[in-house]
Design a protein around this ligand. Structure first.
Ligand code: IPE
Ligand code: IPE
Ligand code: MG
Length: 240
């Protein structure tokens, strides 16, 4: 991208405002979710064009299971459809597709679709698209701690290694192991909160809160977000 001096490696989106977008148009909430898929496609294209290597999107939180059953079912159905519809084109464009979250809560049908998409695109390198599904930051840290505890129970000889473990060692238990922390987290729809997203991984992320509702967040908004990021001064606690 022209004038783009600092391109973030990993951009993450808290995709919010689908329901309000639909309501503004006198439509059911699900129409907003439907239109939101178009925004994901636009952001994938923009990421490929600008050289962003990881694009992640928060699609469904652990807390979102508490929504009315009808909306949850509509969202899950939409995920299956969107994955089936988009995968060939993602693959053609060199996109590796990954889903992270509490997959034990997802339906067999959705899990099968996810497996097939992940297998199909596993070797792609242009961009990694991560969909966070049934994910929450506290859940991630908790499942990591449990995995570590169980690992230690099974292999007591690891005690010394666990005692000496640093941040990176613990990160290998998080579902995001191997994925760089997000450089930029964008939240749409005017809400200024993190809603239990990437609590660990976002420790030093730059945040951008925009009023745009997710279904209206397209290429131009993506590019603007990157421009805002390029102006940030990341100090990591040091003096510059
Ligand atoms: C984001 O849009 C999509 C999900 C959280 C699944 P919302 O559905 O939260 O839309 P608003 O915030 O009610 O407008
Ligand atoms: C955050 O949006 C979760 C996702 C974008 C998937 P919500 O709409 O669920 O967040 P709250 O409830 O307003 O905090
Ligand atoms: Mg919302």
């Amino acid at each position: 991208m022209e004038n783009m001096t600092k391109v973030p490696v990993h951009v993450s989106m808290i995709m919010d405002g689908n329901g309000r977008w639909a309501k503004e148009r006198g439509k059911e909430r699900v129409h907003g979710h439907f239109e939101g898929v178009e925004s994901v496609r636009a952001c994938v294209e923009a990421a490929l064009e600008t050289g962003v290597k990881y694009l992640s999107v928060f699609a469904f939180s652990e807390e979102n299971w508490n929504r009315p059953e009808e909306e949850v079912l509509a969202l899950m159905g939409l995920m299956v459809k969107a994955m089936a519809a988009e995968m060939k084109s993602l693959d053609r464009n060199g996109v590796r597709f990954i889903v992270l979250g509490n997959r034990s809560r997802l339906s067999r049908e959705l899990n099968a679709e996810i497996d097939s998409c992940m297998e199909m695109t596993a070797g792609n390198e242009a961009l990694t698209l991560i969909v966070f599904l049934s994910y929450s930051g506290k859940w991630d840290i908790l499942q990591a701690a449990k995995k570590m505890a169980l690992d230690l129970l099974e292999h007591p000889e690891k005690r010394n290694a666990v005692e000496k473990m640093g941040v990176e060692g613990f990160e290998s238990y998080l579902v995001t192991a191997g994925i760089p922390d997000p450089d930029l987290i964008v939240r749409t729809s005017g809400e200024s909160r993190i809603s239990n997203y990437m609590l660990w991984q976002g420790a030093y992320s730059e945040f951008l809160f925009v009023d745009t509702l997710w279904p209206d967040f397209r290429k131009e908004e993506f590019r603007k977000a990157l421009e805002s990021y390029a102006k940030r001064d990341r100090r990591y606690g040091k003096v510059k």
